[in-house]
Design a protein around this ligand. Structure first.
Ligand code: SF4
Length: 347
């Protein structure tokens, strides 16, 4: 079978494969049925930087509780932040609410990628995905999966920034006028189930005949990206003050990292070495160990201190049952698990 580098026949081949192998996912409409922009948008925001199995229960919980964008727009900030806890990247949850409120105020989602990009938290990929899936616009949605598939199909060897431009233009040129949403979902599925990051299954791939990397014999080498720079390491403390089976929790300031989220008391996090920090009240604090967590721009090593206390620390906060749903971000849930044993419930 010869490799066909013009890709003209790629869209129908891919769509024929999609018709047989499309994944069934909680946010998907059956093939041929109209997609709800609210569900498409919510899923795409949740799926940024997290996996399908991790996002699925959150999606189901959100859509059960807030079935329409107007319902989400009317929700209290704290409720949404609590429901989001565990999905990470909390700036997204804040933008989610801002976006829901703007859409509700406008009376619906804009129907083009350009219009969607004006909304908070919606970038080029998400706008393309919503416009193609929900509104049938003939636009591409290029994310890391699509990058990988096309970097292999085209065997792109140039500088990654240049390669990405070439790749995006190629994908855009292939989006069919009919079924642009199915084309986007088909590429997502191919990247997730066949052309996977470390083990592309070329034997069952519907695009083998077009694939230059496959012809070269080593598709895993693509995409060729610049070496990653190691993340800086920050250090900090977290204090677990216990009283009558409960733990003292505080609310983080609305802006900044984990803004508005429930948290354990924790001082500044600094690069280089563990900073000096005062505990939230005087007690017999015991060094309980260290938890590690990776954020987008840095890794964190948090020293966890535990003490039994007889009164509440000064300042705003609340006593909470550590084994009940707390809405804690993952880093603090890890610290709590270390301090009190067991695993706090997520939802
Ligand atoms: S032939 Fe292999 S490398 Fe090429 S797109 Fe298909 S799975 Fe990926």
């Amino acid at each position: 079978m010869s490799r066909r580098s013009d890709f003209r026949e790629l869209p129908p081949k891919l769509l024929a494969w999609f018709d047989r192998h499309a994944r069934v996912l909680p946010w998907r409409a059956p093939i041929g049925q109209k997609r709800d922009p609210y569900r498409v948008w919510l899923a795409e925001i949740m799926l940024q930087q997290t996996t399908v199995p991790h996002a699925a229960p959150y999606f189901e919980a959100f859509t059960r509780r807030w079935p329409r964008v107007e319902d989400l727009a009317a929700a209290a900030d704290e409720e949404v932040m609590r429901a989001w806890a565990g999905l990470g990247y909390y700036a997204r949850a804040r933008n989610l609410l801002k976006c829901a409120r703007e859409v509700a105020a406008r009376g619906g989602f804009p129907e083009t990628a350009a219009g969607l990009r004006e909304l908070p938290g919606i970038g080029p990929y998400t706008s393309g995905a919503i416009a193609a899936l929900a509104f049938g616009e003939q636009v591409a949605a290029v994310d890391g999966n699509v990058d990988r598939v096309f970097a292999r199909l085209m065997a792109l060897k140039s500088d990654w920034a240049e390669a990405k431009k070439e790749l995006a233009a190629k994908v855009a040129s292939l989006v069919p006028a009919k079924r642009p949403g199915d084309f986007a979902e088909a590429l997502m599925d191919l990247g997730a189930t066949v052309c996977t990051p470390t083990a592309p299954n070329c034997m069952i791939c519907p695009l083998t005949e077009f694939c230059v990397a496959r012809a070269e014999g080593n598709p895993e080498r693509y995409p060729i990206k610049p070496a990653k720079v190691a993340k800086p390491i920050r250090y900090g403390h977290a204090w677990v003050a216990r009283r009558k089976g409960q733990v003292w929790m505080v609310r983080r300031p609305p802006e900044g990292l984990l803004g508005g989220m429930l948290a354990l008391p924790s001082g500044d996090w600094r690069e280089g070495a563990l900073p000096e920090a005062a505990p939230p009240l005087k007690a017999e604090w015991v060094d309980t160990g260290e938890v590690r967590h990776v954020f987008t721009h840095f890794s964190l090593r948090l020293t966890v201190w535990t003490a039994d206390v007889s009164r509440a620390p000064a300042g705003n906060g609340e006593w909470a049952d550590p084994m009940e749903e707390t809405g804690l971000p993952t880093v603090f849930a890890k610290a709590l698990a270390l301090a009190v044993g067991g695993k706090p419930k997520r939802r």
